[in-house]
Design a protein around this ligand. Sequence first.
Ligand SMILES: NC(=O)c1ccc[n+]([C@@H]2O[C@H](COP(=O)([O-])OP(=O)(O)OC[C@H]3O[C@@H](n4cnc5c(N)ncnc54)[C@H](O)[C@@H]3O)[C@@H](O)[C@H]2O)c1
Ligand SMILES: [Zn+2]
Length: 713
Amino acid sequence: MNDKPVEDLGEQEAASELERLAREIAEHDRRYYREDAPAVSDAAYDALRRRNDAIEARFPELIRSESPSRRVGSEVSEKFEKIRHAVPMLSLDNAFSDEDVADFARRVRRFLKLAEDAPLAITAEPKIDGLSLSLRYEKGELVAAATRGDGTTGEDVTRNARTIDDIPNRLKGDAPAVFEVRGEVYMSHAAFAALNARQAGEGKPVYANPRNAAAGSLRQLDAGITRSRALRFFAYAWGEASEGPGRTQMEVVAAIGRFGFPVLDLMRRFETIEELIEHYHRIEEKRAGLGYDIDGVVYKVDDLALQKRLGFVSRSPRWAIAHKFPAEQATTVLRAIEIQVGRTGALTPVAKLDPVTVGGVVVSNATLHNAEEIERLDVRVGDTVMIQRAGDVIPQVLGIVADKRPAGTEPFEFPSVCPCELKTPVVREVTASGAQSVVRRCTGEFACPFQRREHLKLFVSRKAFDIDGLGDKQIDFFYDDPDFRVRTPADIFKMAATNAAGLKKLKDKEGFGEVSASNLFAAIEARRTIPLDRLIFSLGIRHVGEATAKTLARAYGTFEAFHDAALKVAAGDEEAAAEMDALEDIGGAVLTAVAGFFSEEHNLRLIEDLVEQLAIEPAEKPAASSPVSGQTIVFTGSLEQMTRDEAKAMAEALGAKVAGSVSKRTDLVVAGPGAGSKLKKAAEFGVEVIDEDAWFERIGRGGRDGTRSGERD
Ligand SMILES: NC(=O)c1ccc[n+]([C@@H]2O[C@H](COP(=O)([O-])OP(=O)(O)OC[C@H]3O[C@@H](n4cnc5c(N)ncnc54)[C@H](O)[C@@H]3O)[C@@H](O)[C@H]2O)c1
Ligand SMILES: [Zn+2]
């Protein structure tokens, strides 16, 4: 951003800066609203907007028609069908101080030509940090759900909305014939933490904050994914209504509550600014304990007749304002810089701080990201630092207070070995473009105790060995308990094999009764037979996620063949490398990771130990001549003879591709009962649709567990 004061800008300069800001803000909006993956912090984004507003205030004649100050959100993504809003969905104007709130009330009074002391009822309620959603009910039935989009046109997320428990499919009581309920879809802190842990465990990207996670989870093409994300919803507004169920904001919201929606129980109505501000502080105090993010308090003129007279200014209603909570920043002293090691061996410097309260939460750790960041900020142990907490994400160090630096401090030296007992050297990866990555890693892999524990958690997770009753908590227990000391995947199976003795020990432990101990051991035993792709995935090789593991399994067929090829790749055998490189979706990053993994002696030992415990099911090589090979198939509706995962695995083993949505390129749709819009799409594109029975017939197989084989004969 140009930091020349706005007062010093010439008209020419102002015009070109406005143009640049419009472009830049539109790009951030696209990433934030459409991709759910912002590139900059909200504070940095807000600064761009404030700069834009300040320049426009000084040069009103330069305001562009596509100015950010006139736009809401971002254009909708082509991934979704569009829905035009009967009543636009707008943003909110912001207030940052008590004075701003008083100004708001004065503006309202002036506009309505009310005396300074005339009574004016205003409501105050929490501003939830999620994304808004409009739900259209006709004759009490939910018929459509749309995101805000650009305010005029939103994305059709009807199927996704139906998976959210807080959203009723039918309104209760006496609802108007047409009624649109509006509110916020959000994700609780607990659900957000669980989702990110799952994503990380599966090697998928994590979400920056609960708001992005909620948006990313709602805006999925596969509503099944939305269903698995534990989204919540609060109603606080409405759109088109054939009849108004009240004359004030309070009355309509109460009616929406009676229709069956969760509404904000911290919503109150007041007559004076003092009371509004008091309520704002009450909500602010509750903030840390709510279990979900709120970023301010929204004030609304209560009387709907007055709201109507007040109307809108470009992108927000004149009758409402959002009183934002102050940025959660504080200063404190940095006592130490500790290096933490993640599952993948990435070294992250963490600032150890004198405890300080930020936004109602006591903070004593903050991230410093990487060595470059420490150098850029020139943070040293002993410095007074400014920290910031945004939502539920780990607080970060923004900078130092230079004049508080004590004498004798020294620049921080980033360690060249892992803090683990192995003292393995730290390496920097080279990115695809040949640059050195800022991430430093311990090369100890499984041998590094920091990586070992996290790796065990990945190993037992759902997409890997999926051992019933063995989750993160139990891994921590077996890792730490002196009677077990589970260190490697093989140890898990060895523990279950020492059955009698191990069981006896386990039964006496807190939290394990006789039954659960034997169940757990039985569950471990049940996984001694494992499909090859799961085994490959469970090794935790960098860049080898579920899909890559499947590709490798299918390409090599047996564990021996895969192991052999991997060892050759590690030894620099060009032919083996070229063969692996040629596989679909496998490229340089996977190859480098496989080579790295299979050249570490301790990894090879670990694999050897593990394989001794297992019976590995070879992968079915795709049958080149299967009736569906090369086809793109979509499964929809509720399948009765196989789960979705099984259907997918079966089709893939036969050389088909499985897609989540129907398009021109779809060759076949297999539909179970309850299939909906995908059938319509299939008809539209002229795609063949068959049922489950026909599917089994086509691929020449009996149903699950062979139950249908009799019929086939
Ligand atoms: N980092 C980035 O790149 C980036 C990009 C775009 C936007 N943003 C951030 O997004 C925010 C701006 O987004 P915005 O334009 O959606 O506005 P907003 O989120 O500040 O306010 C408007 C929204 O508040 C929501 N809301 C929550 N509770 C409400 C209640 N009780 N009553 C009424 N509305 C309620 C509604 O969804 C409404 O659309 C800023 O915080 C900005 O920093 C960041
Ligand atoms: Zn290490």
